[in-house]
Write a protein that binds this ligand. Structure first.
Ligand code: ARG
Length: 230
C-alpha cells in the first residue's frame, strides 16, 4: 500500500551547495550533507507531498542553472536580489541575513568597512558580498571559489579581511576558526534568503504554502532552533 502511494509522488530535483555552514555542509563524521536548508527542504517536501533528489554543486552554478530549468528547485542561502529576480522566481523569504566584515583577531587597522580601501578583502565568487565590495569600496577584492578558502586566507594573513553573510561568518568563527576570526562593524546590508525556481514555476506556490504550514505547526521554529539556537 505504502509503495503505491510513493509511486504517485512526483520527484523534483534540488540544486544545493555543500560549503555553506550551517545551511548546507558535509558532516565530518557521517560524510552526509546536512544543514538548515537541507532540513527545511525535506520538511517542505514532506508537507507538500513530493520527493526530492538533491544535487550538490558550486553556488554560482546554482544561480545560473535555475533559470535554465535544469533543476526544479534551488536552495542555498540565496539572497533575493532584483537582479536575480529577472531570471529566477523566489519563494517567500525564509531567513533574514546580511553582510558582515571579519578580520584576524588582534587586527588593529580594520574596525569597519570604512577602513578597507586599499586593503585586500576576501569573499566568495558570485556572491552578493563580491558585488557589495565592488560597488561600495576601493578594496582589492579577492573572490575565492569556496568561502572556506577566503576564511583561511585571512587566518593565514594572505588577505586583510573577509566579507560574507553574517550567519555563515559567525558559525565558521565559532567552530572552525576557534576564536581567531572576529567580526567588526555593523551589519552592512540586510538581505533575505529565498528558495529559487525557474521563472513561472508552478511549484513556487506549493512551496510557499508548505512554508506557511511549517510555520503554523511549529516545525519551522524547531528546525531554526536546531541550527541557530533560540
Ligand atoms: N547570500 C549570498 C548570496 O546569495 C551568499 C550565499 C552563498 N550560499 C552558498 N550556498 N554558498 O550571494
Amino acid at each position: 500500500e505504502e509503495a503505491a502511494e510513493d509511486e504517485e509522488k512526483p520527484t523534483y530535483s534540488v540544486a544545493t551547495d555543500n560549503n555553506y555552514v550551517p545551511f548546507e555542509f558535509i558532516d565530518q563524521e557521517t560524510d552526509k550533507l546536512i544543514g538548515f536548508d537541507i532540513d527545511l527542504i525535506n520538511a517542505i517536501a514532506d508537507e507538500a507531498g513530493f520527493d526530492i533528489e538533491i544535487e550538490q554543486m558550486e553556488f554560482s552554478g546554482i544561480v545560473s542553472a535555475i533559470p535554465s530549468g535544469r533543476f526544479d528547485i534551488g536552495i542555498a542561502g540565496m539572497t533575493i536580489t532584483e537582479e536575480r529576480e529577472e531570471n529566477i522566481d523566489f519563494s517567500q523569504p525564509y531567513y533574514d541575513a546580511g553582510l558582515i566584515l571579519a578580520v584576524l583577531d588582534g587586527n588593529e587597522e580594520i574596525s569597519s568597512i570604512d577602513d578597507v580601501d586599499g586593503m585586500t578583502v576576501a569573499t566568495r565568487v558570485g556572491s552578493t558580498s563580491e558585488d557589495y565590495l565592488q560597488e561600495n569600496t576601493d578594496a582589492n577584492v579577492e573572490a575565492f571559489p569556496e568561502i572556506t578558502e577566503a576564511y583561511r586566507s585571512v587566518l593565514t594573513e594572505r588577505t586583510d579581511a573577509v566579507l560574507y553573510d553574517k550567519p555563515n561568518v559567525e558559525y565558521y568563527a565559532e567552530t572552525e576558526a576557534g576564536g581567531e576570526l572576529v567580526t567588526v562593524g555593523d551589519l552592512l546590508q540586510g538581505e533575505q534568503y529565498g528558495i529559487a525556481f525557474p521563472k513561472d514555476s508552478e511549484l513556487r506556490d506549493e512551496v510557499d504554502e508548505a512554508i506557511d504550514s511549517l510555520k503554523e505547526s511549529g516545525k519551522f521554529d524547531e528546525i531554526y532552533t536546531k541550527w541557530f539556537g533560540e
